[in-house]
Ligand binder design. Structure first.
Ligand SMILES: [Zn+2]
Length: 251
Protein backbone atom coordinates (compact mmCIF):
# COMPACT_ATOMS: atom_id res chain seq x y z
CA UNK A 1 0.00 0.00 0.00
CA UNK A 2 1.30 3.43 -0.86
CA UNK A 3 2.14 5.74 2.00
CA UNK A 4 -0.66 8.28 2.47
CA UNK A 5 0.21 11.72 3.73
CA UNK A 6 -2.27 13.30 6.04
CA UNK A 7 -1.55 15.93 8.60
CA UNK A 8 -2.22 15.56 12.27
CA UNK A 9 -4.94 18.22 12.29
CA UNK A 10 -7.09 16.43 9.71
CA UNK A 11 -6.83 13.23 11.69
CA UNK A 12 -7.80 15.00 14.92
CA UNK A 13 -10.90 16.48 13.26
CA UNK A 14 -12.00 13.07 12.00
CA UNK A 15 -11.19 10.91 15.01
CA UNK A 16 -13.52 12.92 17.25
CA UNK A 17 -16.38 12.23 14.85
CA UNK A 18 -15.91 8.46 14.60
CA UNK A 19 -17.59 5.99 16.95
CA UNK A 20 -16.68 2.33 17.05
CA UNK A 21 -19.56 -0.09 17.55
CA UNK A 22 -18.34 -3.61 18.35
CA UNK A 23 -20.86 -6.36 17.63
CA UNK A 24 -20.66 -10.01 16.57
CA UNK A 25 -16.84 -9.96 16.14
CA UNK A 26 -16.93 -7.12 13.67
CA UNK A 27 -16.83 -3.38 13.81
CA UNK A 28 -19.20 -0.73 12.60
CA UNK A 29 -17.52 2.65 12.24
CA UNK A 30 -20.08 5.41 12.59
CA UNK A 31 -19.08 8.85 11.35
CA UNK A 32 -20.95 12.06 12.12
CA UNK A 33 -22.90 14.10 12.90
CA UNK A 34 -22.61 16.16 9.73
CA UNK A 35 -24.94 19.12 9.20
CA UNK A 36 -27.19 18.35 6.24
CA UNK A 37 -29.65 21.04 5.14
CA UNK A 38 -32.33 19.27 3.10
CA UNK A 39 -35.01 20.60 0.79
CA UNK A 40 -38.14 19.10 2.32
CA UNK A 41 -41.29 20.06 0.40
CA UNK A 42 -39.75 23.43 -0.45
CA UNK A 43 -38.50 24.21 3.05
CA UNK A 44 -34.93 23.89 4.25
CA UNK A 45 -34.70 21.46 7.14
CA UNK A 46 -31.40 20.73 8.84
CA UNK A 47 -30.74 17.09 9.68
CA UNK A 48 -27.73 15.56 11.41
CA UNK A 49 -26.32 13.01 9.03
CA UNK A 50 -24.30 9.93 10.02
CA UNK A 51 -22.83 7.27 7.74
CA UNK A 52 -21.46 3.90 8.73
CA UNK A 53 -19.13 1.21 7.45
CA UNK A 54 -18.99 -2.35 8.76
CA UNK A 55 -15.62 -4.06 8.69
CA UNK A 56 -14.14 -7.32 9.93
CA UNK A 57 -11.19 -5.41 11.32
CA UNK A 58 -11.93 -4.10 14.81
CA UNK A 59 -9.61 -1.28 15.80
CA UNK A 60 -9.73 1.90 17.81
CA UNK A 61 -6.79 3.14 15.78
CA UNK A 62 -8.91 5.13 13.36
CA UNK A 63 -5.89 6.34 11.43
CA UNK A 64 -5.65 2.80 10.13
CA UNK A 65 -9.27 2.88 8.91
CA UNK A 66 -8.72 6.26 7.27
CA UNK A 67 -5.55 5.05 5.57
CA UNK A 68 -7.42 2.14 3.99
CA UNK A 69 -10.18 4.31 2.43
CA UNK A 70 -8.39 5.38 -0.72
CA UNK A 71 -7.63 1.80 -1.72
CA UNK A 72 -10.93 0.26 -0.57
CA UNK A 73 -12.92 1.06 -3.70
CA UNK A 74 -15.96 1.89 -1.56
CA UNK A 75 -17.90 3.39 -4.47
CA UNK A 76 -18.29 -0.14 -5.81
CA UNK A 77 -20.19 -1.11 -2.67
CA UNK A 78 -23.17 0.27 -0.82
CA UNK A 79 -22.95 2.24 2.41
CA UNK A 80 -25.97 3.04 4.52
CA UNK A 81 -26.61 6.17 6.50
CA UNK A 82 -29.05 7.86 8.83
CA UNK A 83 -30.64 11.32 8.97
CA UNK A 84 -31.21 12.34 12.58
CA UNK A 85 -33.50 15.16 13.62
CA UNK A 86 -33.80 17.03 16.92
CA UNK A 87 -32.56 15.75 20.27
CA UNK A 88 -32.77 12.13 19.20
CA UNK A 89 -30.89 10.69 22.18
CA UNK A 90 -33.03 12.32 24.85
CA UNK A 91 -36.43 13.17 23.40
CA UNK A 92 -39.32 11.29 25.02
CA UNK A 93 -41.02 10.59 21.69
CA UNK A 94 -38.85 9.68 18.72
CA UNK A 95 -40.07 8.48 15.35
CA UNK A 96 -37.89 6.22 13.27
CA UNK A 97 -38.10 4.92 9.75
CA UNK A 98 -36.03 2.01 8.41
CA UNK A 99 -36.14 2.88 4.72
CA UNK A 100 -34.96 0.35 2.17
CA UNK A 101 -33.15 1.92 -0.76
CA UNK A 102 -35.20 2.14 -3.93
CA UNK A 103 -33.21 3.46 -6.86
CA UNK A 104 -36.28 3.69 -9.13
CA UNK A 105 -38.69 5.11 -6.57
CA UNK A 106 -36.46 7.34 -4.42
CA UNK A 107 -34.24 8.74 -7.18
CA UNK A 108 -36.27 8.55 -10.40
CA UNK A 109 -39.65 9.05 -8.71
CA UNK A 110 -41.05 5.85 -10.23
CA UNK A 111 -44.76 5.33 -9.69
CA UNK A 112 -44.44 1.54 -9.71
CA UNK A 113 -43.96 1.62 -5.96
CA UNK A 114 -44.60 4.09 -3.15
CA UNK A 115 -41.01 4.31 -1.84
CA UNK A 116 -40.28 7.88 -2.94
CA UNK A 117 -43.45 9.08 -1.26
CA UNK A 118 -42.68 7.13 1.92
CA UNK A 119 -39.14 8.52 2.04
CA UNK A 120 -40.17 12.17 1.88
CA UNK A 121 -43.25 11.69 4.05
CA UNK A 122 -41.18 9.94 6.76
CA UNK A 123 -38.71 12.82 6.81
CA UNK A 124 -41.58 15.25 7.21
CA UNK A 125 -43.21 13.25 10.00
CA UNK A 126 -39.89 13.05 11.84
CA UNK A 127 -39.46 16.79 11.53
CA UNK A 128 -43.04 17.47 12.63
CA UNK A 129 -42.54 15.16 15.62
CA UNK A 130 -39.50 17.18 16.69
CA UNK A 131 -37.15 14.20 17.03
CA UNK A 132 -36.43 11.07 15.07
CA UNK A 133 -34.22 9.30 12.58
CA UNK A 134 -34.51 8.02 9.05
CA UNK A 135 -32.26 5.06 8.32
CA UNK A 136 -31.50 4.73 4.61
CA UNK A 137 -30.55 1.10 4.10
CA UNK A 138 -28.42 0.87 1.00
CA UNK A 139 -28.12 -2.92 0.79
CA UNK A 140 -31.88 -3.43 0.65
CA UNK A 141 -32.56 -2.74 -3.03
CA UNK A 142 -35.52 -4.77 -4.30
CA UNK A 143 -36.01 -6.24 -0.81
CA UNK A 144 -32.40 -7.36 -0.83
CA UNK A 145 -32.15 -8.81 -4.36
CA UNK A 146 -30.15 -5.92 -5.87
CA UNK A 147 -30.94 -3.47 -8.67
CA UNK A 148 -30.07 -5.71 -11.64
CA UNK A 149 -32.27 -8.52 -10.30
CA UNK A 150 -35.00 -5.99 -9.62
CA UNK A 151 -34.92 -4.97 -13.29
CA UNK A 152 -35.44 -8.65 -14.20
CA UNK A 153 -38.25 -8.93 -11.64
CA UNK A 154 -39.94 -5.88 -13.15
CA UNK A 155 -39.85 -7.56 -16.57
CA UNK A 156 -41.57 -10.61 -15.12
CA UNK A 157 -44.11 -8.38 -13.41
CA UNK A 158 -44.92 -6.80 -16.76
CA UNK A 159 -45.93 -10.29 -17.89
CA UNK A 160 -48.28 -10.83 -14.98
CA UNK A 161 -46.13 -12.18 -12.13
CA UNK A 162 -46.59 -10.41 -8.80
CA UNK A 163 -43.63 -9.12 -6.75
CA UNK A 164 -43.29 -12.27 -4.67
CA UNK A 165 -43.68 -14.70 -7.60
CA UNK A 166 -41.17 -12.76 -9.71
CA UNK A 167 -38.53 -12.90 -6.96
CA UNK A 168 -39.13 -16.63 -6.53
CA UNK A 169 -38.69 -17.20 -10.28
CA UNK A 170 -35.25 -15.58 -9.98
CA UNK A 171 -34.26 -17.83 -7.08
CA UNK A 172 -34.78 -15.37 -4.24
CA UNK A 173 -36.73 -16.03 -1.10
CA UNK A 174 -39.30 -13.38 -0.43
CA UNK A 175 -37.74 -10.57 1.61
CA UNK A 176 -34.23 -11.33 2.82
CA UNK A 177 -33.52 -7.92 4.28
CA UNK A 178 -31.33 -7.69 7.35
CA UNK A 179 -31.56 -4.91 9.91
CA UNK A 180 -28.70 -5.86 12.28
CA UNK A 181 -26.24 -3.07 11.46
CA UNK A 182 -28.94 -0.41 11.44
CA UNK A 183 -30.16 -1.59 14.84
CA UNK A 184 -26.61 -1.42 16.21
CA UNK A 185 -26.37 2.16 15.01
CA UNK A 186 -29.78 3.03 16.39
CA UNK A 187 -28.80 1.65 19.80
CA UNK A 188 -25.65 3.74 19.70
CA UNK A 189 -27.65 6.90 19.04
CA UNK A 190 -30.57 6.30 21.40
CA UNK A 191 -31.45 3.87 24.20
CA UNK A 192 -35.03 5.01 24.85
CA UNK A 193 -38.08 3.56 23.11
CA UNK A 194 -38.92 4.53 19.55
CA UNK A 195 -42.06 4.63 17.44
CA UNK A 196 -41.61 2.94 14.09
CA UNK A 197 -43.04 4.41 10.89
CA UNK A 198 -44.05 1.34 8.90
CA UNK A 199 -46.86 -0.77 7.56
CA UNK A 200 -44.64 -3.85 7.77
CA UNK A 201 -44.90 -6.03 10.88
CA UNK A 202 -41.62 -7.81 9.94
CA UNK A 203 -39.72 -4.63 10.65
CA UNK A 204 -41.40 -4.48 14.05
CA UNK A 205 -40.39 -8.10 14.69
CA UNK A 206 -36.78 -7.61 13.58
CA UNK A 207 -36.37 -4.62 15.86
CA UNK A 208 -38.08 -6.26 18.80
CA UNK A 209 -35.97 -9.42 18.41
CA UNK A 210 -32.84 -7.29 18.54
CA UNK A 211 -33.99 -6.05 21.92
CA UNK A 212 -35.05 -2.59 20.93
CA UNK A 213 -37.66 -0.93 23.12
CA UNK A 214 -40.54 -0.04 20.80
CA UNK A 215 -43.25 2.24 22.01
CA UNK A 216 -45.48 1.92 18.99
CA UNK A 217 -46.00 1.85 15.26
CA UNK A 218 -47.43 4.46 12.96
CA UNK A 219 -48.54 3.47 9.48
CA UNK A 220 -47.71 5.35 6.30
CA UNK A 221 -50.26 5.13 3.53
CA UNK A 222 -50.72 7.24 0.46
CA UNK A 223 -49.71 7.78 -3.14
CA UNK A 224 -51.81 4.96 -4.63
CA UNK A 225 -51.97 5.07 -8.40
CA UNK A 226 -52.88 2.78 -11.27
CA UNK A 227 -49.17 1.90 -11.58
CA UNK A 228 -48.56 0.58 -8.08
CA UNK A 229 -51.98 -0.75 -7.08
CA UNK A 230 -51.09 -4.38 -7.80
CA UNK A 231 -47.68 -4.11 -6.11
CA UNK A 232 -49.27 -2.66 -3.01
CA UNK A 233 -51.99 -5.30 -2.95
CA UNK A 234 -49.34 -8.03 -3.11
CA UNK A 235 -47.59 -6.53 -0.12
CA UNK A 236 -50.79 -6.79 1.86
CA UNK A 237 -51.91 -10.22 0.66
CA UNK A 238 -48.51 -12.00 0.46
CA UNK A 239 -45.92 -10.15 2.51
CA UNK A 240 -47.93 -9.65 5.66
CA UNK A 241 -48.29 -5.92 5.39
CA UNK A 242 -51.13 -4.39 7.28
CA UNK A 243 -53.87 -2.81 5.29
CA UNK A 244 -54.96 0.73 5.97
CA UNK A 245 -58.53 1.75 6.10
CA UNK A 246 -59.91 2.24 2.64
CA UNK A 247 -56.61 1.85 0.80
CA UNK A 248 -54.21 -0.92 0.06
CA UNK A 249 -50.73 0.30 0.77
CA UNK A 250 -47.52 -0.68 2.32
CA UNK A 251 -43.42 -0.58 2.67
ZN1 LIG B 1 -39.68 1.22 -4.43
Amino acid sequence: MKEIKHDHEAFTILKDKIQLIKQRNKATYLVGPIQLPVNLYGETTVFQWYCWLSQDEVTEDYSHIIEKLASSNLAEYQQSSVLVYGDFANAEEALIRMHSICHTGDIFGSKRCDCGFQLKESMKRIKDNGAGALFYLANHEGRGIGLFSKAMAYLLQESGYDTVEANEQLGFENDTRNYEDAIDVLKQLRSKAVTLITNNPKKMEALEKAGLPISGRTPLWGDVSEYNKKYLQTKVSKSGHMEAEGTCLND
